[in-house]
Ligand binder design. Structure first.
Ligand code: SAJ
Length: 426
């Protein structure tokens, strides 16, 4: 009999839902669990509540075949996979309440031999904390790695606990879920091996074994590394600005060096990962994580600098209409989470009201927090027609296609280097 037949995925968000659908398509029986009733209903109907290429077809298929069902509470299963958000609170400290709530939701239905996997981005030590929490709440069970009498895989009935971070890029989630390498860290080597066997049943990439604590730090390292590299690019853009040098040209030329790869400056760093995850390291080692802390500050500060620069330009042209081009946190998606473009548009809308026009080809209507300032939502063609200033905030394909002749009349702040063929302010 296969070792893993019934899988419960707790959290049907950007990671949980694609993972649940993928596992269901590999012949396992999956129960998708979410605390939000509307999410449970949407998925149960074979539809999706997030936008991700090819996900709608896959979910519809596995729901209609019966391989994926949904519920608001977990039921007994062989594997419990936790994929819930781990945000930061108002003081930039990790908020793990949803992880603990997920554990508490299935702890009563855990049975000997079950495998518990945490996929949510988590501070070092969280997976061990999950194992200890389960052991405390279910003293009748053996939890691998907790207590001297357990561990090392000797007890076949032990609960295994492991960490395996997701690393997929929004927009490429299904492809990357299958093909990316995974790092898998159990609270003991035996737990690692069990989790490895599970992932190998649906992942084509390598499933590399490590410890739970190392796996937690690997995930945080990836995003903190990217944050620091973007901070370098953002800092460079400010230096170039001061000396009136084109930063895009500098980066292009520097990157011709075989060992240099400067990333692209922007209006700041957005999304639910890169702007958040470094805090998980900074919070646990504030005295050591100096570069990571500075990188966060540099990237946040870049957004404020863009706002100041836009205000100066708009104040110089008191009768001009201003197009804010793009609101999402990166190109060609509809996701506004932690978006620096949104922060810039919000500050300008609050100050200049109806003079601000919003162009966002990936949304059907302006977000309510902008609409309240009386800003107009329009297409790029309308904005080219009626605006004298453009603040380019996201490098959407629709903007890249506008030829110089159609935007020559505009005064531009190009935060993404899309319209480089005209005088550029970054
Ligand atoms: N950005 C720049 N300049 C760049 C690259 C990105 O300003 O050169 C900005 C983007 O505009 C955006 C932010 O950074 O605002 C983040 O975008 P991203 O494409 O770098 O990353 P995410 O947040 O979509 O996904 C990241 C990925 N992590 C890494 O590339 C190390 C992804 O693989 C992770 O799975 C994901 O975080 C996650 O869930 O943690």
């Amino acid at each position: 009999m296969p070792e893993f037949q019934k899988i419960a995925v707790i959290g049907l968000g950007y990671i949980g839902l694609p993972t649940a659908a993928l596992i269901a398509s590999r012949g396992m029986q999956v129960l998708g669990v979410d605390a939000k009733e509307d999410v449970v209903r949407t998925v149960a109907a074979g539809t999706i509540h997030i936008s991700e290429p090819d996900l709608d077809g896959l979910v519809s298929k596995v729901v209609s075949s019966g391989a994926l069902t949904t519920a608001s509470k977990p039921q007994p299963a062989d594997v419990f996979m936790i994929a819930v958000p781990t945000p930061i609170d108002a003081s930039s400290r990790p908020d793990l309440s949803m992880v603990y709530a997920a554990v508490d939701s299935f702890v009563e239905v855990l049975a000997p031999g079950n495998l518990v996997i945490l996929e949510s981005t988590s501070p070092i030590g969280t997976t061990e904390g999950v194992a200890v929490r389960i052991a405390k709440m279910r003293p009748d069970l053996h939890v691998d790695g907790v207590g001297w009498e357990n561990g090392n895989g000797k007890d076949k009935g032990a609960i295994s606990v492991a960490y395996c971070p997701e690393r997929v890029l929004p927009g490429r989630i299904l492809t990357e879920l299958i093909n990316n390498d995974r790092c898998i860290g159990g609270v003991t080597p035996a737990s690692t091996r069990r989790a490895q066997r599970f992932y190998k049943s649906f992942v084509r990439g390598a499933c590399v074994a490590t410890t739970a604590r190392a796996a937690e730090l690997v995930k945080l390292t990836e995003n903190a590394f990217r944050d620091a590299n973007i901070a370098f690019a953002n800092e460079l853009s400010l230096i170039c600005d001061r000396f009136d040098i084109n930063v895009w040209e500098v980066i292009d030329l520097a990157n011709r060096h075989p060992r240099v790869n400067v990333l692209r400056p922007g209006p700041g760093v957005g999304g639910h990962c890169i702007a958040v995850d470094p805090w998980f390291i900074i919070d646990s080692a504030p005295d050591l994580a100096r570069l990571m802390r500075t990188s966060r500050d540099v990237n946040n500060d870049k957004t404020r600098k863009v706002i100041e620069k836009a205000e100066a330009l708009i104040d110089d042209h008191p009768y001009a209409s201003v197009a804010c081009c793009g609101l999402t946190f990166k190109a060609n998606i509809d996701d506004l989470r932690e978006s620096p473009a949104m922060e810039v548009a919000h500050a300008l809308a609050a100050k200049y009201g109806a003079r601000i026009k919003i162009v966002e080809p990936n949304l059907r209507r302006p977000p309510p927090e902008l609409a309240e300032f009386g800003v107009e939502f329009m297409t790029i063609d309308e904005a080219l027609h009626c605006c004298e200033i453009a603040i380019l905030l996201v490098d959407h394909d629709e903007f890249k296609m506008i030829p110089l002749a159609e935007r020559r009349h505009l005064d531009v702040i190009d935060t993404r280097g899309v319209w480089q063929d005209m005088p550029v302010r970054t």
